[in-house]
Design a protein around this ligand. Structure first.
Ligand SMILES: N[C@@H](CCC(=O)N[C@@H](CS)C(=O)NCC(=O)O)C(=O)O
Length: 204
């Protein structure tokens, strides 16, 4: 029987990877549909808001990567134990996403001169600002980003990290031992370790 879930995305980790981590963690079968960039013009009009990732299930399409990650986090019990914990987790996920967007504004800039002008502020101000605070939070939470325990906020951060490193051409967590601990806590989970070793290779 075909899997219940199909996740459609470019052949990269990026925004689909948190959901892939959660599906693998929960042992939930899914079709990992990756299309080539040349196919995108044909596929784009078939997506609800012209973007991916898109989750297909039960004859419907669902967009927005954070919404789908939260959906699977509930299924695999990586959400909070009450609304307050969910608030803490959601706020960390949104903060990591804010950081991603700030990095993307630099990384995806097509004009070389504008890109260069954004590099200093990003590298010397924005990244340290976020990473120092995230590292402090990881310390206070014993190697996690929220609630002092493993939650989907950890998965969200660690699954996006390769993409963030690719966009900044750096190893963002190298200098931050508590963020390294968050990374190791997620990557040492057997199902995640296996996925990372066997998933299709991609830079971002
Ligand atoms: N907020 C959306 C953003 C999705 C998004 O930016 N998707 C990009 C790929 S990472 C895309 O589809 N780009 C192609 C396009 O817009 O034509 C989400 O988190 O799912």
């Amino acid at each position: 029987m075909a899997p219940v879930y199909k996740l459609t995305y470019f052949p990269v980790k990026a925004l689909a990877e948190p959901t892939r981590f959660l599906l693998k963690y929960g042992g939930l079968e899914f079709e990992d549909e990756r299309f080539e960039r040349e196919q995108w013009p044909q596929i784009k009009p078939t997506m609800p808001f012209g973007q991916v990732p898109v989750l297909s299930a039960k004859g419907k399409q669902y967009h927005q990567s954070i919404a789908m990650a939260r959906f699977f986090a509930k299924q695999v019990k990586l959400v909070g134990s009450d609304e307050w914990e969910d608030l803490e987790i959601d706020s960390m996920v949104d903060t990591v996403n804010d950081l991603r967007q700030k990095i993307a504004v630099y990384s995806y800039e097509q004009d070389a001169a504008i890109k260069e002008s954004r590099k200093g502020p990003l590298m010397n101000e924005t990244l340290p600002y976020y990473l120092e605070r995230l590292d402090k939070i990881a310390k206070e939470n014993n190697g996690h980003l929220a609630c002092g325990k493993l939650t989907w906020a950890d998965f969200y951060f660690v699954a996006l990290l390769d993409y963030l490193n690719y966009m900044t051409e750096s190893d963002l967590t190298a200098k931050y031992e508590n963020l390294e601990a968050v990374k190791n806590n997620v990557l040492s989970i057997p199902a995640i370790k296996e996925w990372v070793e066997t998933r299709p290779k991609s830079d971002l």
